[in-house]
Design a protein around this ligand. Sequence first.
Ligand SMILES: Nc1ncnc2c1ncn2[C@@H]1O[C@H](COP(=O)(O)OS(=O)(=O)O)[C@@H](OP(=O)(O)O)[C@H]1O
Ligand SMILES: Nc1ncnc2c1ncn2[C@@H]1O[C@H](COP(=O)(O)OP(=O)(O)O)[C@@H](O)[C@H]1O
Length: 197
Amino acid sequence: MQENVIKHTFDVTVEQRSQMKNQKPLLLWFTGLSGSGKSTIANAVEKALFEKGVHTYSLDGDNVRLGLNSNLSFSAEDRTENIRRIGEVANLMIDAGLVVIASFVSPYEKDRAAVKNIVGASKFVEVFVNTSVEECEKRDVKGLYKKARAGEIKNFTGINAPYEAPTNADIEIDTINTTVVEAVSIIIKNIENKIAY
Ligand SMILES: Nc1ncnc2c1ncn2[C@@H]1O[C@H](COP(=O)(O)OS(=O)(=O)O)[C@@H](OP(=O)(O)O)[C@H]1O
Ligand SMILES: Nc1ncnc2c1ncn2[C@@H]1O[C@H](COP(=O)(O)OP(=O)(O)O)[C@@H](O)[C@H]1O
């Protein structure tokens, strides 16, 4: 598509930036229904990493949709574009040497696979926050399930839009049987070797 654009190479490399930060960059990708616990666990993981001196940055559904992706809806096509742009942004942050924590519903398997392809499989860790629709609806943190049931939100994931659950996530967290503290410990254990310089 961009036939007249030629990639520029800079002298300071990702390896040098990584060495300076004493860490290897990584994308930790949380997927799950609205209210499943993505932001809660991602926030706790970022705090734990921050305390260990790891340079992180969090990308979160609501925040990105209020800014960078404010022109996108929740149609299947726009969700795909949402996730593609986030994958590209995460890839730039990886190039900057950061451990990126992304929390998006990301309901389509092919979109998550595309992000993995953008950043490279070795730098992608998928965390499936596995909470049933029934439980998310019971929590209804933002009152969105109530609105969706009342027909006030169309294309609401889990109610009237699909969620394709990952079949081979690197980490799966069942939030009924796993506390936030336990989830953090499972996730940190999984990634500590991957981010160690
Ligand atoms: N129709 C519909 N379906 C799902 N979610 C909806 C919808 N409308 C608004 N919201 C709110 O937007 C947040 C999800 O945005 P994402 O960018 O993560 O969605 S997606 O990955 O593009 O599917 C999601 O935030 P989280 O609750 O943090 O997941 C909701 O608060
Ligand atoms: N084990 C758990 N892990 C994560 N969240 C939990 C857990 N148990 C209860 N919750 C609650 O579920 C809600 C999840 O909301 P949130 O993190 O905003 O979800 P999401 O980002 O997936 O929309 C929060 O109110 C949180 O306190």
